[in-house]
Design a protein around this ligand. Structure first.
Ligand code: FMN
Length: 215
């Protein structure tokens, strides 16, 4: 009886310590990624063109999707607009909240709506959370109209997304007026063995721009 209790307590403690170790590893890795990505984002801060017909709207927690957004914008002479969601700020509380809300389509975002009238193509970007685009981009898609616009959803992710969620997103933007929808997704690989930002952009060019990166 006593041994059974000690074994159970030992097991519970091991599980708790493992969960804490994973959370620590993930949050420290994300913080390092944001620092690295921020250097690239500063380099690209000038994106934003008055006559742009394309806009790239992005939610990004640790900066990877934002780096990709700036790259897409430079390819299409597009404006970039960033969606902020304070609930999911970097660090342990934001990560736990992100996991908890991952499948939700509701989020507190700034800005919630944008005047998209002058654009004919709208790129919407976010990370994948629990196989689905993150809540802030669902919220933005719900709160805006895309009448006569081409919508492109782009995602960065580590290992897997589910096509069902992408199909659902397509229905949502089409209900809100989009005339076409396409999806672009870049797999950065699992934590500890991920593509560098430059390799992520090279992978994008290879997949969606028809650029061969082999020397
Ligand atoms: C709460 C949470 C859940 C995640 N779930 C998934 C997932 O289901 N599948 C996946 O491939 N990646 C998942 N990821 C990894 C992110 O999609 C990936 O790191 C993404 O490139 C981060 O983009 P960002 O730097 O723009 O925030 C998850 C990340 C977080 C924070």
């Amino acid at each position: 009886m006593k041994w059974a209790l000690i074994t159970s307590l030992g097991l519970a403690l091991t599980i708790l310590l493992s969960a804490l170790a994973v959370a620590l590893f993930v949050t420290v890795t994300e913080k390092n990624q944001l620092e690295d990505n921020s250097k690239l984002l500063n380099d690209n801060a000038a994106v934003g063109i008055k006559s742009a017909k394309t806009v790239v709207i992005v939610f990004s927690r640790s900066g990877n999707t934002h780096v990709l957004a700036n790259h897409i914008a430079s390819l299409h002479n597009a404006d970039v607009k960033v969606i902020a969601a304070e609930d999911y700020a970097l660090g342990l509380p934001g990560w736990i909240r992100a996991l908890y809300d991952a499948r939700s389509h509701i989020a507190s975002i700034i800005p919630e709506a944008l005047n998209l009238q002058r654009y004919d193509t709208v790129y919407l970007g976010s990370p994948i959370w629990l196989y689905s685009p993150a809540p802030p981009i669902w919220q933005f898609a719900k709160s805006n109209t895309f009448t006569n616009k081409h919508v492109v959803l782009f995602n960065t992710f580590n290992s897997k997304f589910e096509q069902g969620f992408i199909d659902e997103f397509e229905s949502l933007v089409k209900q809100n007026g989009a005339v076409s929808f396409s999806h672009q997704a870049i797999n950065r690989g699992r934590m500890g063995n991920q593509l560098s930002p430059q390799n992520m952009l090279d992978a994008y060019d290879k997949l969606y721009q028809g650029v061969s990166n082999e020397s």
